[in-house]
Design a protein around this ligand. Sequence first.
Ligand SMILES: Cc1cc2nc3c(=O)[nH]c(=O)nc-3n(C[C@H](O)[C@H](O)[C@H](O)COP(=O)(O)OP(=O)(O)OC[C@H]3O[C@@H](n4cnc5c(N)ncnc54)[C@H](O)[C@@H]3O)c2cc1C
Length: 459
Amino acid sequence: MIAPSNAIDSEESWDVVVIGAGPSGSIAALELARAGKRVLVIDKEAFPRFRIGESMLPHTNRVMERLGLMDRVRELPHVVKRGLEISFGDGRRDPAAIPFERMLGDTIKQTFNIRRSLYDQMLADVAMEAGAVYRFDDSVASIDHLARGDVRLQLDSGPIRANWLIDASGQGCVLGRHLGTRKLLDGYRNVSYFEHFEGVERPSGDRDGFATLAMCREGWFWMIPIDEKTTSVGVVLDEKLAKLIPVPANQRLDWCIENCPLVKHRLRDAVGPKTNEVVGDFSYTCEPYAGDGWFMVGDAAAFIDPVWSTGVSLGIDSGLQSARWIIDVDSGRMMAGAASRAYAKRITRLRSSFLSLISNFYDHSFRELLVSGHSPFKVDAAVVNMLAGEIFEGVPFRVRWRWELMQWFKELNRYRKVVEWIRPHSLLQSGGVALPAPQSGVVRGIKRRHRGQPSWQPS
Ligand SMILES: Cc1cc2nc3c(=O)[nH]c(=O)nc-3n(C[C@H](O)[C@H](O)[C@H](O)COP(=O)(O)OP(=O)(O)OC[C@H]3O[C@@H](n4cnc5c(N)ncnc54)[C@H](O)[C@@H]3O)c2cc1C
């Protein structure tokens, strides 16, 4: 491992300065350093540092293979992920399996879950080995000038200059806040509580390594095995409903587990902290994603929701793309304006595809189709392709028409039973907290479907 550098000459001008040493920043730095660029990466934290977001998409493996990094991943403790299982939190039905094996076409059908402190450190190490310079424990305090060929930043340790800026500051959104473009997404005002546990019961047999999702009226849980012993457990809740939970924010994971039969059962012998980490306001966009001499990558550009584990894949993809556009512009193969537009177009397309996947998940009718575990014309297989990240280079026709058909089934299922109708489990009701009237929640499509039917009010 190469040591990060603390001695940086403030007079020195860099080709590219990258804010943030997460996966997005390090992949950009690696690609640029391999192309001979002089890259400086600044991170305000000391590494290795904790990050949530341990579950990858098969698409990530493809990128790691292309960059020659898969062996470095294999050297780290990790769990091979071959799919996920999904269920309602009442625990009355066995979770439905969504194996990547079911994907259409000849494609990568597995990925990995990994502790992010190790993964992010490894990516920083390979970028440093390629020649990138890292400076940890130093924060970007302000952006003083922003134009191609003349980027000036003020760090806690002093000023620096560069030709290009890549903002990979994650939810810090340094550039989005500087430009005043960061906007929270209406309809996704969620909060998440999470922790690492040992001794969580895991799916086994042909579900070995699967992540588990458990859905409730107010949100959903994840249980992701990340190494031999450790499982990442968390819950995402509607922000307003979360505030009704009668315990402080740093104890709400425990309260939610207690009130979710499926998760409680899986954690019956688990050992972990009684308090939890909290993250809120994580759904936003900082559009436009590129401009004169700068790119926003990963979470610094936009984030919607963690449900389909898309964050790191999007970060890696955008980090790589931004680096390639910089290399092309500097070598005269591309005009700077065209590069910014092409980059922004890709991010907008990917974001809108993933937004469609995510908004479907928050629709109860879609959830019922998902957990039914069967469907005509292999439409569910198309969903697996989408969930696996087979979106990045465009959605193939065989997947697209099935996805459209699934949308049609979803609408039909609101009124006519295409699959079994399921009453969603409510954490609040289970914990003795009255649901606010009129009944609200993160899940859409419940009231509408039940016109003329007995409503799902507290019994
Ligand atoms: C509850 C939850 C669960 C998630 N689960 C998953 C999952 O299972 N799978 C998945 O793929 N994604 C998941 N994500 C998303 C994932 O965490 C992010 O998409 C991913 O970490 C983005 O990587 P990044 O490199 O863009 O940012 P980060 O990994 O956040 O890195 C940004 C870096 O920038 C640094 N920084 C910030 N501000 C400054 C500053 N002013 N100066 C210097 N440095 C700065 C930070 O210290 C940090 O190290 C989840 C997110 C949430 C909220």
